[in-house]
Design a protein around this ligand. Sequence first.
Ligand code: GLU
Length: 471
Amino acid sequence: MAEAPNTKEKVVVRFPPSPTGFLHVGGARTALFNWLFARHHGGQFLLRLEDTDRERSEDRFVEDILESLRWLGLKWDGEPVFQSRRIERHKEVAAQLVEKGFAYKCDCTPEALDAYRKECQQKKLPYRYPGICRDKKEVRAPYVLRIRVPDDGETRFADMIRGEITIPNKDIEDWVLVRSDGNPTYNFVVVVDDHDMGVTHILRGEDHINNTPKQAMLYEALGYALPKFAHLPMILGSDRTKLSKRHGAASTLEYRKMGYLPEAMVNFLVRLGWSFGDEEVFTVDKLKSVFSVEHIGKANAIFNTEKLDWLNGIYLREKPSQELSDYMQQYFKEELTFAKSVPAASFVEGVKIIQGKVKNIPELIEQLYCLFGEDPDYDLTALKDAEKAPAKQAISDVSALLDASDFSIEDLEKRIRGYADDKGEKFGKIAKAVRFSLTGGKISPGLFEMISVQGKETVQRRMGRALKALG
Ligand code: GLU
């Protein structure tokens, strides 16, 4: 199925997380695929919070999900739908199903069903609810509501990745639509909500593939048009087991804290199951134009943190320094308090000379600290004994030379290179001494850029302190 951009096919997708935990990176991948699919087709990306489990759903998880999507730039259309507020509608549809004979009440006790389950186990038969209450006239509370699955025939649905899938109805049991406490089940409400929200395509994890026949059957019973499905490959850790905390995988916002840029995260996530030739680096704009379900594979995807680091390095290097500074001020304000009194323009310049040399934001901040934080403690073991006296001389001379400098890169270069030439010294040697005085020798952005960024006051003070330390 070719998917040219701006296709006329109407597209409405949804992302329906349960707010019972922080948004996991696997969930973020599902959200991203849906969002890209919608954007590629000029369709809608809807958000639904599946919060019917009132005990486990929490506001802080709702907020975490929304914030994760905002961070990744996955803007949803319209207001989020809260599933728990649709309970009356769910009850109404349940009543319709009973009325039309597609559902029936069942008062089999859990004990009776357990005994039957054991019997099946002993006989090595698959357990399926045997339909005891299908035609019962009198049913006493507490009871559940079950769907009446046709004995014959089959249920089909189209999977955009795996093709047409057909399941014989005899393999599907009369599953529960509404529990005895009145709470509807996921497989029931998901159909009602997706239909009411006009969802046309459902992209979700492969772990849901066994639910889809049940849902497809309900679409049929209710006379709703069946959406198209795409079951996304699972994400595995490097040891090929299901991705979990053990692999260092964390919630989406933890990656923000670890200093990954959203651009890198999006680029990383999209490659978990989707590919486009040999290309690895994609801007969001490019993704919007080339993303298609055709290029989603069937094979499990491997979560490789080294690749994420690599991508993050690329995006850090390429992000305009002003934007990167604003980003850090937004999300790393506390970590940057040491730079509060640094003029904004110098800070941005500082970012500029370091951003291409680090893998993540904490590393960037560490190096900014060397530039703008407290003056370094000079570790004299960084210099060989024989280097100390010449270093002292060089620092003292350069410090004097800089008195008259305007601290422009050109002027600094002229003065310091000129000094090395006059002395007949290698520039590298002078640079090493100066660098030591300005940062304790810990970081290595270009020397003149660094001096210019630090500014006269800091440079002169640090040089003075280094001279003192050198004795
Ligand atoms: N709330 C379900 C989940 O988070 C939604 C699954 C679906 O996309 O239908 O797994």
